[in-house]
Design a protein around this ligand. Sequence first.
Ligand SMILES: Nc1ncnc2c1ncn2[C@@H]1O[C@H](COP(=O)(O)OP(=O)(O)OP(=O)(O)O)[C@@H](O)[C@H]1O
Ligand SMILES: N[C@@H](CCO)C(=O)O
Length: 350
Amino acid sequence: MAVFTEVPADEAADLMRRLGLGELTALRGIEGGIENTNYFATTDRGDYVLTLFERLTPTQLPYYLGLMKHLADRGMPVPEPAARSGDGGPLFDAGAPASACPLLHTVAGKPAAVVRKLEGRSELAPTADHCSALGDLLAQLHLAGRDYALEQPNLRGLPWWNDTVPVVLPHVDAAQAALLRSELAYQNHIAASSAYAALPRGPVHADLFRDNAMFAHDGRGGTLPRMTGVFDFYFAGTDTWLFDLAVCLNDWAIDLPTGRADAARTEALLEAYQARRPLNAAERELLPAMLRAGALRFWVSRLWDFHLPREASMLKPHDPTHFERVLRERLRAPQVLALHAEATAEAQDA
Ligand SMILES: Nc1ncnc2c1ncn2[C@@H]1O[C@H](COP(=O)(O)OP(=O)(O)OP(=O)(O)O)[C@@H](O)[C@H]1O
Ligand SMILES: N[C@@H](CCO)C(=O)O
Protein backbone atom coordinates (compact mmCIF):
# COMPACT_ATOMS: atom_id res chain seq x y z
CA MET A 1 0.00 0.00 0.00
CA ALA A 2 1.04 3.52 -0.56
CA VAL A 3 0.64 6.26 2.03
CA PHE A 4 -1.17 9.14 0.34
CA THR A 5 -2.30 10.68 3.62
CA GLU A 6 -0.21 10.79 6.81
CA VAL A 7 -2.27 9.86 9.87
CA PRO A 8 -1.32 11.47 13.22
CA ALA A 9 -0.97 8.76 15.89
CA ASP A 10 -3.24 10.62 18.33
CA GLU A 11 -6.04 10.69 15.78
CA ALA A 12 -5.72 6.95 15.11
CA ALA A 13 -5.59 6.29 18.86
CA ASP A 14 -8.77 8.28 19.36
CA LEU A 15 -10.60 6.32 16.65
CA MET A 16 -9.52 2.92 18.02
CA ARG A 17 -10.70 3.95 21.47
CA ARG A 18 -14.06 5.15 20.14
CA LEU A 19 -14.51 1.85 18.27
CA GLY A 20 -13.90 -0.08 21.49
CA LEU A 21 -10.73 -1.65 20.03
CA GLY A 22 -8.39 -0.72 22.88
CA GLU A 23 -5.34 1.52 23.33
CA LEU A 24 -3.11 2.10 20.30
CA THR A 25 0.44 0.82 20.84
CA ALA A 26 1.84 1.05 17.27
CA LEU A 27 0.90 2.61 13.93
CA ARG A 28 2.81 1.73 10.77
CA GLY A 29 2.20 2.74 7.14
CA ILE A 30 1.91 -0.32 4.86
CA GLU A 31 3.99 -0.64 1.71
CA GLY A 32 2.34 -2.44 -1.22
CA GLY A 33 -1.06 -1.65 -2.72
CA ILE A 34 -1.72 1.36 -4.89
CA GLU A 35 -5.24 2.53 -4.20
CA ASN A 36 -5.76 3.61 -0.63
CA THR A 37 -3.77 4.67 2.40
CA ASN A 38 -3.32 1.67 4.73
CA TYR A 39 -1.78 1.42 8.19
CA PHE A 40 -1.31 -1.48 10.54
CA ALA A 41 -2.73 -0.29 13.86
CA THR A 42 -1.85 -2.41 16.89
CA THR A 43 -3.71 -2.00 20.16
CA ASP A 44 -3.62 -3.85 23.46
CA ARG A 45 -6.55 -5.91 22.05
CA GLY A 46 -5.06 -7.02 18.73
CA ASP A 47 -3.87 -6.11 15.22
CA TYR A 48 -6.01 -4.05 12.86
CA VAL A 49 -5.79 -2.38 9.46
CA LEU A 50 -6.81 1.26 9.15
CA THR A 51 -7.72 2.25 5.58
CA LEU A 52 -8.24 5.82 4.37
CA PHE A 53 -10.09 5.91 1.07
CA GLU A 54 -8.37 8.12 -1.48
CA ARG A 55 -10.66 7.82 -4.48
CA LEU A 56 -13.91 6.29 -3.32
CA THR A 57 -16.48 8.73 -2.00
CA PRO A 58 -18.45 8.42 1.24
CA THR A 59 -21.56 7.71 -0.83
CA GLN A 60 -19.93 4.72 -2.53
CA LEU A 61 -18.33 3.22 0.58
CA PRO A 62 -21.31 1.73 2.47
CA TYR A 63 -21.66 -0.79 -0.39
CA TYR A 64 -18.15 -2.22 0.16
CA LEU A 65 -18.16 -2.10 3.94
CA GLY A 66 -21.69 -3.53 4.12
CA LEU A 67 -20.68 -6.33 1.74
CA MET A 68 -17.72 -7.30 3.92
CA LYS A 69 -20.01 -7.34 6.96
CA HIS A 70 -22.66 -9.35 5.08
CA LEU A 71 -20.10 -11.98 4.04
CA ALA A 72 -18.47 -12.13 7.48
CA ASP A 73 -21.90 -12.59 9.07
CA ARG A 74 -22.37 -15.63 6.83
CA GLY A 75 -19.15 -17.23 8.05
CA MET A 76 -16.96 -16.19 5.11
CA PRO A 77 -13.30 -15.48 5.99
CA VAL A 78 -13.58 -11.77 5.24
CA PRO A 79 -12.42 -9.05 7.67
CA GLU A 80 -15.45 -7.50 9.35
CA PRO A 81 -15.33 -3.69 9.48
CA ALA A 82 -15.51 -2.26 13.01
CA ALA A 83 -18.75 -0.43 13.79
CA ARG A 84 -19.08 2.60 16.04
CA SER A 85 -20.17 1.05 19.32
CA GLY A 86 -23.71 1.80 20.41
CA ASP A 87 -24.51 3.12 16.93
CA GLY A 88 -27.71 1.62 15.65
CA GLY A 89 -27.42 3.21 12.20
CA PRO A 90 -28.57 1.12 9.22
CA LEU A 91 -25.87 -1.06 7.60
CA PHE A 92 -27.72 -1.98 4.45
CA ASP A 93 -30.21 0.81 3.87
CA ALA A 94 -29.74 1.99 0.28
CA GLY A 95 -31.64 5.20 1.01
CA ALA A 96 -29.67 6.19 4.13
CA PRO A 97 -26.99 8.91 3.97
CA ALA A 98 -23.41 7.59 4.11
CA SER A 99 -22.83 9.46 7.37
CA ALA A 100 -25.40 7.13 8.97
CA CYS A 101 -23.30 4.04 8.11
CA PRO A 102 -21.73 2.89 11.40
CA LEU A 103 -18.89 1.13 9.53
CA LEU A 104 -17.63 4.36 7.95
CA HIS A 105 -15.46 6.81 9.91
CA THR A 106 -13.45 9.98 9.23
CA VAL A 107 -9.67 10.19 9.77
CA ALA A 108 -7.44 13.08 8.67
CA GLY A 109 -10.43 14.46 6.79
CA LYS A 110 -10.78 11.27 4.71
CA PRO A 111 -13.42 8.53 4.84
CA ALA A 112 -11.92 5.56 6.70
CA ALA A 113 -12.55 2.00 7.93
CA VAL A 114 -10.92 -0.35 10.42
CA VAL A 115 -10.82 -4.11 9.96
CA ARG A 116 -9.15 -6.95 11.85
CA LYS A 117 -5.74 -7.92 10.42
CA LEU A 118 -5.91 -11.39 8.90
CA GLU A 119 -3.30 -13.88 10.08
CA GLY A 120 -0.88 -15.48 7.64
CA ARG A 121 0.63 -14.08 4.48
CA SER A 122 -0.08 -13.99 0.77
CA GLU A 123 1.18 -16.88 -1.34
CA LEU A 124 2.83 -15.14 -4.26
CA ALA A 125 3.83 -18.40 -5.98
CA PRO A 126 0.60 -20.38 -5.67
CA THR A 127 0.44 -24.11 -6.43
CA ALA A 128 -2.58 -26.04 -7.72
CA ASP A 129 -3.58 -26.60 -4.06
CA HIS A 130 -3.66 -22.86 -3.38
CA CYS A 131 -5.76 -22.40 -6.54
CA SER A 132 -8.14 -25.10 -5.33
CA ALA A 133 -8.59 -23.30 -2.02
CA LEU A 134 -9.23 -20.03 -3.85
CA GLY A 135 -11.71 -21.58 -6.34
CA ASP A 136 -13.65 -23.18 -3.51
CA LEU A 137 -13.84 -19.92 -1.54
CA LEU A 138 -14.70 -17.81 -4.59
CA ALA A 139 -17.78 -19.93 -5.32
CA GLN A 140 -18.81 -19.69 -1.66
CA LEU A 141 -18.42 -15.90 -1.75
CA HIS A 142 -20.61 -15.68 -4.85
CA LEU A 143 -23.33 -17.81 -3.28
CA ALA A 144 -23.16 -16.01 0.09
CA GLY A 145 -23.51 -12.62 -1.65
CA ARG A 146 -26.76 -13.48 -3.43
CA ASP A 147 -29.01 -11.94 -0.76
CA TYR A 148 -26.90 -8.81 -0.17
CA ALA A 149 -29.32 -5.89 -0.10
CA LEU A 150 -27.26 -3.12 -1.74
CA GLU A 151 -26.38 -2.76 -5.41
CA GLN A 152 -23.58 -0.77 -6.98
CA PRO A 153 -22.01 -1.30 -10.39
CA ASN A 154 -18.40 -2.41 -10.78
CA LEU A 155 -16.86 1.08 -11.06
CA ARG A 156 -14.00 -0.40 -13.12
CA GLY A 157 -16.39 -2.05 -15.60
CA LEU A 158 -17.07 -1.45 -19.30
CA PRO A 159 -18.17 2.23 -19.02
CA TRP A 160 -14.87 3.01 -17.25
CA TRP A 161 -12.86 1.17 -19.93
CA ASN A 162 -14.69 3.16 -22.61
CA ASP A 163 -13.85 6.42 -20.80
CA THR A 164 -10.24 5.54 -19.94
CA VAL A 165 -8.89 3.90 -23.10
CA PRO A 166 -8.90 7.27 -24.97
CA VAL A 167 -7.03 8.82 -22.02
CA VAL A 168 -4.19 6.26 -22.12
CA LEU A 169 -3.93 5.94 -25.93
CA PRO A 170 -1.47 8.88 -26.28
CA HIS A 171 0.94 7.03 -23.96
CA VAL A 172 1.19 3.74 -25.90
CA ASP A 173 2.76 2.69 -29.22
CA ALA A 174 0.79 2.02 -32.41
CA ALA A 175 0.52 -1.76 -31.93
CA GLN A 176 -0.69 -1.36 -28.38
CA ALA A 177 -3.20 1.31 -29.41
CA ALA A 178 -4.59 -0.99 -32.12
CA LEU A 179 -4.97 -3.83 -29.62
CA LEU A 180 -6.64 -1.61 -27.02
CA ARG A 181 -9.10 -0.29 -29.60
CA SER A 182 -9.97 -3.67 -31.09
CA GLU A 183 -10.35 -5.37 -27.70
CA LEU A 184 -12.55 -2.58 -26.42
CA ALA A 185 -14.77 -2.88 -29.50
CA TYR A 186 -14.96 -6.66 -28.97
CA GLN A 187 -15.94 -6.25 -25.31
CA ASN A 188 -18.67 -3.73 -26.20
CA HIS A 189 -19.98 -6.26 -28.73
CA ILE A 190 -19.94 -9.09 -26.13
CA ALA A 191 -21.68 -6.92 -23.51
CA ALA A 192 -24.55 -6.35 -25.94
CA SER A 193 -25.07 -10.09 -26.63
CA SER A 194 -27.89 -12.26 -25.30
CA ALA A 195 -25.39 -14.79 -23.92
CA TYR A 196 -23.86 -12.02 -21.80
CA ALA A 197 -27.31 -10.95 -20.56
CA ALA A 198 -27.87 -14.55 -19.43
CA LEU A 199 -24.80 -14.65 -17.18
CA PRO A 200 -25.56 -14.98 -13.45
CA ARG A 201 -24.47 -11.96 -11.48
CA GLY A 202 -24.26 -10.53 -7.99
CA PRO A 203 -21.72 -8.83 -5.73
CA VAL A 204 -18.20 -9.76 -6.88
CA HIS A 205 -14.75 -8.95 -5.48
CA ALA A 206 -13.36 -8.11 -8.96
CA ASP A 207 -9.74 -7.74 -7.75
CA LEU A 208 -9.05 -11.04 -6.01
CA PHE A 209 -5.36 -11.33 -6.90
CA ARG A 210 -2.85 -13.48 -5.01
CA ASP A 211 -1.89 -10.46 -2.90
CA ASN A 212 -5.46 -10.05 -1.66
CA ALA A 213 -5.66 -13.46 0.04
CA MET A 214 -3.88 -14.85 3.08
CA PHE A 215 -2.73 -18.37 3.91
CA ALA A 216 -1.56 -19.67 7.27
CA HIS A 217 1.68 -21.58 7.27
CA ASP A 218 1.05 -23.27 10.62
CA GLY A 219 0.41 -26.84 9.42
CA ARG A 220 -3.19 -26.75 10.70
CA GLY A 221 -4.52 -27.38 7.21
CA GLY A 222 -2.70 -30.74 7.13
CA THR A 223 -0.98 -31.17 3.80
CA LEU A 224 -3.28 -28.58 2.19
CA PRO A 225 -2.79 -24.82 2.42
CA ARG A 226 -5.18 -23.16 4.89
CA MET A 227 -6.67 -19.94 3.62
CA THR A 228 -7.24 -17.47 6.44
CA GLY A 229 -9.19 -14.98 4.39
CA VAL A 230 -9.51 -12.52 1.54
CA PHE A 231 -9.53 -8.75 1.81
CA ASP A 232 -9.47 -5.49 -0.19
CA PHE A 233 -13.08 -5.47 -1.38
CA TYR A 234 -12.81 -1.86 -2.58
CA PHE A 235 -13.15 -2.72 -6.27
CA ALA A 236 -16.17 -4.92 -5.60
CA GLY A 237 -19.46 -4.31 -7.39
CA THR A 238 -22.46 -5.95 -8.92
CA ASP A 239 -21.13 -7.76 -11.97
CA THR A 240 -21.07 -11.22 -13.54
CA TRP A 241 -19.67 -14.06 -11.46
CA LEU A 242 -17.81 -15.15 -14.59
CA PHE A 243 -15.85 -11.89 -14.74
CA ASP A 244 -14.75 -12.43 -11.14
CA LEU A 245 -13.66 -15.98 -11.95
CA ALA A 246 -11.75 -14.71 -14.99
CA VAL A 247 -9.92 -12.08 -12.90
CA CYS A 248 -8.78 -14.84 -10.54
CA LEU A 249 -7.70 -17.19 -13.36
CA ASN A 250 -5.74 -14.34 -14.96
CA ASP A 251 -3.68 -13.92 -11.81
CA TRP A 252 -3.60 -17.19 -9.83
CA ALA A 253 -3.32 -19.53 -12.80
CA ILE A 254 -0.88 -17.57 -14.96
CA ASP A 255 2.85 -17.96 -15.42
CA LEU A 256 3.86 -14.39 -14.53
CA PRO A 257 6.97 -13.98 -16.76
CA THR A 258 5.17 -15.08 -19.96
CA GLY A 259 1.51 -14.36 -19.14
CA ARG A 260 0.72 -17.92 -20.19
CA ALA A 261 -2.06 -19.95 -18.58
CA ASP A 262 -0.82 -22.79 -16.38
CA ALA A 263 -2.90 -25.93 -17.07
CA ALA A 264 -2.64 -27.56 -13.62
CA ARG A 265 -3.53 -24.40 -11.71
CA THR A 266 -6.33 -23.52 -14.15
CA GLU A 267 -7.81 -26.97 -13.76
CA ALA A 268 -7.54 -26.89 -9.96
CA LEU A 269 -9.21 -23.49 -9.69
CA LEU A 270 -12.03 -24.31 -12.12
CA GLU A 271 -12.67 -27.72 -10.61
CA ALA A 272 -12.89 -26.43 -7.07
CA TYR A 273 -15.14 -23.55 -8.14
CA GLN A 274 -17.44 -25.83 -10.10
CA ALA A 275 -17.66 -28.37 -7.30
CA ARG A 276 -19.63 -25.65 -5.46
CA ARG A 277 -21.24 -23.91 -8.45
CA PRO A 278 -21.04 -25.46 -11.92
CA LEU A 279 -20.82 -22.97 -14.78
CA ASN A 280 -23.93 -22.82 -16.98
CA ALA A 281 -23.90 -22.99 -20.79
CA ALA A 282 -23.67 -19.20 -21.28
CA GLU A 283 -20.76 -19.03 -18.85
CA ARG A 284 -18.90 -21.85 -20.59
CA GLU A 285 -19.39 -20.08 -23.92
CA LEU A 286 -18.19 -16.71 -22.62
CA LEU A 287 -15.29 -17.75 -20.41
CA PRO A 288 -12.68 -16.96 -23.12
CA ALA A 289 -14.27 -13.53 -23.69
CA MET A 290 -14.28 -12.77 -19.95
CA LEU A 291 -10.64 -13.83 -19.64
CA ARG A 292 -9.90 -11.21 -22.29
CA ALA A 293 -12.11 -8.70 -20.45
CA GLY A 294 -10.24 -9.33 -17.20
CA ALA A 295 -6.89 -8.78 -18.92
CA LEU A 296 -8.12 -5.59 -20.62
CA ARG A 297 -9.48 -4.20 -17.33
CA PHE A 298 -6.13 -4.43 -15.56
CA TRP A 299 -4.05 -3.43 -18.57
CA VAL A 300 -6.09 -0.22 -18.81
CA SER A 301 -6.02 0.52 -15.06
CA ARG A 302 -2.29 -0.12 -14.88
CA LEU A 303 -1.66 2.16 -17.89
CA TRP A 304 -3.79 4.80 -16.24
CA ASP A 305 -2.00 4.49 -12.88
CA PHE A 306 1.40 4.43 -14.60
CA HIS A 307 0.99 7.39 -16.93
CA LEU A 308 -1.27 9.54 -14.77
CA PRO A 309 0.19 8.87 -11.29
CA ARG A 310 -0.89 10.42 -8.01
CA GLU A 311 1.32 11.94 -5.31
CA ALA A 312 2.12 9.43 -2.58
CA SER A 313 4.96 8.10 -0.52
CA MET A 314 5.71 4.35 -0.84
CA LEU A 315 3.79 4.16 -4.15
CA LYS A 316 5.00 1.48 -6.57
CA PRO A 317 2.85 1.37 -9.73
CA HIS A 318 2.32 -2.08 -11.27
CA ASP A 319 3.82 -2.99 -14.65
CA PRO A 320 1.14 -2.44 -17.35
CA THR A 321 2.87 -4.61 -19.98
CA HIS A 322 2.19 -7.71 -17.88
CA PHE A 323 -1.52 -7.51 -18.72
CA GLU A 324 -0.79 -6.73 -22.35
CA ARG A 325 1.05 -10.09 -22.41
CA VAL A 326 -1.85 -11.82 -20.64
CA LEU A 327 -4.33 -10.39 -23.15
CA ARG A 328 -2.18 -11.44 -26.12
CA GLU A 329 -1.92 -14.93 -24.64
CA ARG A 330 -5.70 -15.13 -24.16
CA LEU A 331 -6.11 -14.15 -27.80
CA ARG A 332 -3.49 -16.63 -28.98
CA ALA A 333 -4.83 -19.64 -27.06
CA PRO A 334 -8.51 -19.14 -26.19
CA GLN A 335 -9.83 -22.62 -26.89
CA VAL A 336 -7.86 -24.52 -24.27
CA LEU A 337 -9.77 -23.06 -21.35
CA ALA A 338 -13.12 -23.11 -23.08
CA LEU A 339 -12.78 -26.81 -23.77
CA HIS A 340 -11.55 -27.41 -20.30
CA ALA A 341 -14.50 -25.61 -18.68
CA GLU A 342 -16.87 -27.70 -20.77
CA ALA A 343 -15.17 -30.95 -19.84
CA THR A 344 -15.27 -30.06 -16.16
CA ALA A 345 -18.95 -29.14 -16.29
CA GLU A 346 -19.76 -32.42 -18.07
CA ALA A 347 -17.91 -34.34 -15.38
CA GLN A 348 -20.03 -32.55 -12.77
CA ASP A 349 -23.27 -33.45 -14.61
CA ALA A 350 -22.31 -37.15 -14.93
N1 LIG B 1 -7.28 -7.24 6.62
C1 LIG B 1 -5.98 -7.34 6.37
N2 LIG B 1 -5.25 -8.25 7.01
C2 LIG B 1 -3.92 -8.37 6.82
N3 LIG B 1 -3.22 -7.56 5.99
C3 LIG B 1 -3.89 -6.63 5.32
C4 LIG B 1 -5.30 -6.46 5.45
N4 LIG B 1 -5.67 -5.42 4.67
C5 LIG B 1 -4.55 -4.98 4.06
N5 LIG B 1 -3.47 -5.70 4.44
C6 LIG B 1 -2.07 -5.50 4.02
O1 LIG B 1 -1.97 -4.25 3.40
C7 LIG B 1 -1.48 -4.39 2.06
C8 LIG B 1 -2.15 -3.37 1.19
O2 LIG B 1 -3.56 -3.50 1.26
P1 LIG B 1 -4.47 -3.44 -0.02
O3 LIG B 1 -4.11 -4.52 -0.97
O4 LIG B 1 -5.86 -3.39 0.46
O5 LIG B 1 -4.01 -2.04 -0.63
P2 LIG B 1 -4.79 -1.11 -1.58
O6 LIG B 1 -3.92 -0.02 -2.04
O7 LIG B 1 -6.05 -0.69 -0.91
O8 LIG B 1 -5.19 -2.08 -2.72
P3 LIG B 1 -4.63 -2.59 -4.09
O9 LIG B 1 -4.27 -4.05 -3.88
O10 LIG B 1 -5.85 -2.43 -4.85
O11 LIG B 1 -3.51 -1.80 -4.58
C9 LIG B 1 -1.79 -5.81 1.70
O12 LIG B 1 -0.92 -6.31 0.72
C10 LIG B 1 -1.63 -6.54 3.03
O13 LIG B 1 -0.27 -6.80 3.26
N1 LIG C 1 -4.75 -5.85 -8.45
C1 LIG C 1 -4.49 -4.66 -9.20
C2 LIG C 1 -4.18 -3.49 -8.33
C3 LIG C 1 -5.37 -2.96 -7.64
O1 LIG C 1 -6.37 -2.69 -8.56
C4 LIG C 1 -3.35 -4.86 -10.18
O2 LIG C 1 -2.56 -5.79 -9.95
O3 LIG C 1 -3.23 -4.11 -11.13
